[in-house]
Every structure is written in structure tokens, then in C-alpha cells.
Design a protein around this ligand. Structure first.
Ligand SMILES: NC(=O)c1ccc[n+]([C@@H]2O[C@H](COP(=O)([O-])OP(=O)(O)OC[C@H]3O[C@@H](n4cnc5c(N)ncnc54)[C@H](O)[C@@H]3O)[C@@H](O)[C@H]2O)c1
Length: 276
């Protein structure tokens, strides 16, 4: 049995990384998928991969009119929407606040919060009526960075904390017709997560980090051996986005590969427990 029965699902930021893995998995699971993405190049690659099977929409998630136009395109093609998955995002470069020039703090805040938080809020606002009509779902992407320090800089981690709070509030406001949940991934292989223009880091992508260095870091920080791919995360999104989920709302599922459950008393350099 497939997870979706011709459900119509919109993936924001589906041009690469996590969102692309989700889009691919959802197509395989029987969904009719639309991808909203800012990068023309990524959309061209998706066109080559999916042809007309996936509705490809170029837009900026911080622009309400782009989201409205996307909604119209979905209504014109399918007349309905069953789920909205938020997977767009940008990074903050992990620069400590003390090292960010005071003049850059407001623009860094605006840039990262606009994409990572405002974009989700605008999309929820624009698509909620369609989702109410289908008893649909929303799934937004937070991060392990919201749960422990140093998974990003201040702006990135704060945006991800905001996503978790937004999930709770929107689950409350949109009940009972629309379920709203979050997923907080740990590291993602194949991510092209981009740095902020405000710090001149827009040319930096996570995929620029050598894979072996990523893997070594990952193994040191988690209980797992292999970096999860977007496809590894996608089934969790699929369940939450599907009509099979009749019971989960307001939750953010933390998928951190044991990063927060590592050795404590037996860690190298620790003193060990009393009587241990
Ligand atoms: N990379 C990681 O290790 C990691 C870990 C935890 C959470 N996340 C989160 O996962 C989500 C997906 O990130 P990813 O790692 O797959 O990175 P990614 O850059 O590969 O994917 C994000 C996509 O969003 C698009 N995008 C950016 N700004 C946009 C805008 N204004 N409008 C429309 N689209 C826009 C990008 O072009 C890109 O295709 C993000 O929310 C990120 O914060 C990533």
C-alpha cells in the first residue's frame, strides 16, 4: 500500500537537499507533487528529472504574491491541496554574535528570519483554506540546532526554535481540520544549505564541505555510522503529511541520530559515576 492516494502536496524549497528527497519519495508514494523553489537552475534540473509530472513553480517564499500565484497554479491544475511541506531555509554561517559587526546584525536577522520563519508563516496563511477543505496537513522543518547549542549561529538556531513554537501555535489555531507538525533533522547529506548575504557568505554551501570531513564529524557527534540522506528523512514527513496521521498535531519530531544521547559519565575525560 502506498502512503498517498493521489494526494496533492506542495514542497517549499524542493529544489535540492531535504526538499528534493521529500519530493522524490512522495512521488514514489503516489502523491501529486508541486515544488516551490527560488532557484531557476534547480527547477531546470527538476524539469529534466520529472518532466510535467511535478508542478514546478519559481518563487520566493518571503513574497506573498509568489505564494498566491502558486496557490492559483495548484488550484488550476488539481483543484485541491492535501499537504504543505516547508523545507526551504538558509544558514547563518555559524558566526558567533560577538564576531558579527553591529551594523550587520539587523540585516542578518532579517535575512535569516524572513526565509526560515516568515516564509513558513506566509505559506501557512496562504494555503490554510485549501488544507481545511481537504482535512490536510502541514509539516515544517526545524532542526536539531533548536535543541542544543552550536548547530548553527544565533540567528539560525533562533529561527529553528521559532519554527517549533509556530508549529504548536498553528496546530492550535488550525485545529480540528488541519494537523500541523514539525520535523527537526540532524545532519543531511547532499544538502546545499546556503550562507547569508548579510555576511557575504551566500557563495558558501554545505555541499562545499568535503564528504569525508562531514562523515567524520557526524560519527563523532552521533550514535550512527552513516550520514542520513534526504530520502532517509522523507518517510517521517510522509506519515505526518498523509491522511494516515489522524492523531499527531502540534509536535516536532526530533531526528538527531542520537546526537543528544551520547556518553556522559563514560565519555573520554569524564570522571565516571560513583561506584561505576
Ligand atoms: N543541512 C542540514 O544539515 C540541515 C539540518 C537540519 C535542518 N535543516 C533544514 O532543512 C531544510 C532544508 O535544507 P537543506 O539542508 O536541504 O538545504 P538546501 O539548500 O539543499 O535546500 C533548501 C532549498 O530552499 C530553497 N530556498 C532558499 N530560499 C528560498 C526562498 N526564499 N524561496 C524559495 N526557496 C528558497 C533553496 O534554493 C534550496 O533549494 C532547511 O529548513 C534547513 O534549515 C538542514
Amino acid at each position: 500500500m502506498k502512503m498517498f492516494d493521489d494526494d496533492v502536496i506542495l514542497v517549499l524549497g524542493g529544489g535540492s537537499g531535504l526538499g528534493l528527497g521529500i519530493a522524490r519519495h512522495f512521488v514514489d508514494e503516489g502523491a501529486r507533487v508541486a515544488v516551490f523553489e527560488i532557484s531557476e537552475d534547480k527547477l531546470n534540473a527538476l524539469k529534466a528529472e520529472f518532466g510535467d509530472a511535478v508542478l514546478l513553480f519559481r518563487g520566493d517564499v518571503t513574497n506573498p504574491q509568489d505564494l498566491m500565484d502558486c496557490r492559483q497554479a495548484i488550484v488550476d491544475r488539481w483543484g485541491r491541496l492535501d499537504a504543505l511541506v516547508g523545507s526551504q531555509g538558509i544558514f547563518d554561517g555559524q558566526v558567533p554574535l560577538k564576531d558579527v559587526g553591529l551594523d550587520r546584525v539587523p540585516s542578518l536577522f532579517d535575512e535569516v528570519f524572513r526565509v526560515n520563519v516568515l516564509g513558513y508563516i506566509l505559506a501557512c496563511k496562504v494555503f490554510v483554506e485549501l488544507l481545511e477543505a481537504s482535512n490536510g496537513s502541514i509539516v515544517l522543518t526545524a532542526s536539531v540546532a533548536a535543541y542544543a547549542a552550536d548547530g548553527g549561529g544565533l540567528m539560525y538556531t533562533a529561527t529553528k526554535g521559532a519554527v517549533i513554537s509556530a508549529v504548536r501555535q498553528l496546530a492550535f489555531e488550525f485545529a480540528p481540520r488541519v494537523r500541523v507538525n514539525g520535523v527537526a533533522p540532524g545532519a543531511i547529506a547532499e544538502s546545499q544549505l546556503q550562507g547569508p548575504k548579510a555576511l557575504g557568505l551566500e557563495g558558501f554551501k554545505q555541499s562545499d564541505i568535503p564528504q569525508d570531513a562531514m562523515l567524520t564529524t557526524f560519527r563523532n557527534l552521533t550514535l550512527m555510522r552513516e550520514l542520513p540522506t534526504p530520502r532517509d528523512y522523507a518517510p517521517v514527513y510522509a506519515f505526518l503529511a498523509s491522511h494516515h496521521n489522524a492523531v499527531v498535531t502540534g509536535q516536532t519530531v526530533l531526528l538527531e541520530q542520537g546526537a543528544l544521547n551520547r556518553a556522559s559519565l563514560s565519555a573520554p575525560g569524564a570522571t565516571g559515576g560513583i561506584g561505576a
